[in-house]
Design a protein around this ligand. Structure first.
Ligand code: 5GP
Ligand code: MN
Length: 331
């Protein structure tokens, strides 16, 4: 059974009438926006349409193995007149501004918004927002089915990566029966789960491990062991020879400490004028609400925000906000 049939039919009608589709992922794209974007671009190409996946930021190198790279480009490689879409599809973006500089190219009359964040603003002419979907890739899977696309191994691999990464390898609370059904169908189409798992979870660069070693020195625990924080500074990145993307999964270490409910990772921006904050919770606290207080958003168990200021200023502000919350009781 295909969920959201009515909205999917409206989206299918719009895409069927269009020739040139621009697909936008969010800034600092993750496996979900990359996988769902590449899958949709491949599907539209298979129907003879022009499709371009546009990103403000580069794709992390761990996704280099994904097919469809010829359909993706970065804003820095495009001139202002190089995109003339009939329709723009936003994937995994809570609001249009999440596309960052790529938004400048979204000058089509029609916008389609496909997302699974509870904090999505409902923007766009047609919006398919389902917070029960484990990943935006799960929704794109149903879209491809509604479009009558023959999902091949390449599209299936992209969608599988979207679902695997957003569920943390089928471990997070958003892991429900539907994403396993979708994953099973994708494996039937030729996805090799152990190959994907090896590349995503069992392979890392030496520099990212050296960065972890540095960051663990900055691990701190507050609130009777219920809150843990970790910092990633510019100096740590330089010392380890690591890139900003190497810091992506470091927040999982403070969260893994027994008894910790909320974990924070403070990542200093390269120009040291802002901090990228990652928030995670184990089972109770809705960190998307906390991120919202700081101008960000996300999911109940994984959220983020970009906060202006030096690392010290941002840490003091964020810890002040958390200190005022009534969430630190032991049970
Ligand atoms: P991460 O900590 O991995 O960067 O992000 C975790 C979740 O929070 C992701 O679902 C991501 O889309 C969301 N998120 C991260 N940064 C921001 C932000 O600045 N604004 C909003 N609205 N969501 C964010
Ligand atoms: Mn997602």
């Amino acid at each position: 059974m295909i969920p959201h049939r009515d909205i999917l039919e409206r989206i299918t009608d719009i895409l069927a009438r269009s020739k040139d589709v621009l697909i936008l992922e969010h800034e600092k794209p993750d496996g979900d926006s990359i996988g769902s974007g590449l899958a949709l671009a491949l599907a539209l190409s298979s129907l003879g349409k022009k499709a371009l996946l546009l990103s403000q930021d580069p794709h992390p190198s761990m996704y280099d193995f994904l097919p469809g790279r010829h359909l993706y480009t970065m804003v820095s490689c495009l001139g202002p007149e190089d995109a003339d879409p009939d329709v723009t599809v936003f994937l995994d973006c809570t609001g249009p501004e999440r596309a960052g500089k790529a938004l400048e190219y979204a000058h089509s009359e029609t916008w389609i918004n496909i997302d699974h964040h509870i904090s999505n603003s409902g923007f766009g002419h047609v919006s398919l927002v389902d917070p029960d979907a484990a990943a935006t890739g799960e929704l794109v899977f149903f879209l491809l089915k509604a479009m009558g696309v023959e999902i091949d191994e390449d599209m299936a691999t992209c969608l599988y990566v979207a679902i695997v990464t957003d569920t943390g390898g089928f471990r997070y609370q958003n892991t429900g029966p539907r994403c396993f059904h979708v994953a099973a169908e994708l494996i039937d189409k030729g996805v090799n789960p152990s190959f994907v798992a090896d590349l995503l979870y069992e392979t890392r660069s030496l520099s990212s491990l050296m960065l972890l070693k540095n960051a663990l020195q900055a691990l701190e625990v507050y609130k009777n062991g219920r809150l843990a924080t970790i910092d990633v500074t510019k100096a740590m990145l330089e010392d380890a020879g690591a890139s900003f993307e190497d810091a992506d999964s470091i927040v999982n270490y403070p969260r893994s400490i027994a008894g910790v409910e909320v974990a924070l990772c403070f990542k200093e921006s390269p120009d040291q004028t802002a901090v990228h904050l990652s928030l995670r919770s184990r089972s109770k606290v809705d960190v998307s609400e906390i991120a919202g207080l700081l101008g960000g958003g996300g999911h109940s168990r994984a959220a983020g925000a970009v906060v202006q200021g030096s690392l010290e200023q941002v840490k003091a502000r964020v810890l002040g906000v958390l200190d005022g919350l009534d969430i630190w009781a032991d049970s």
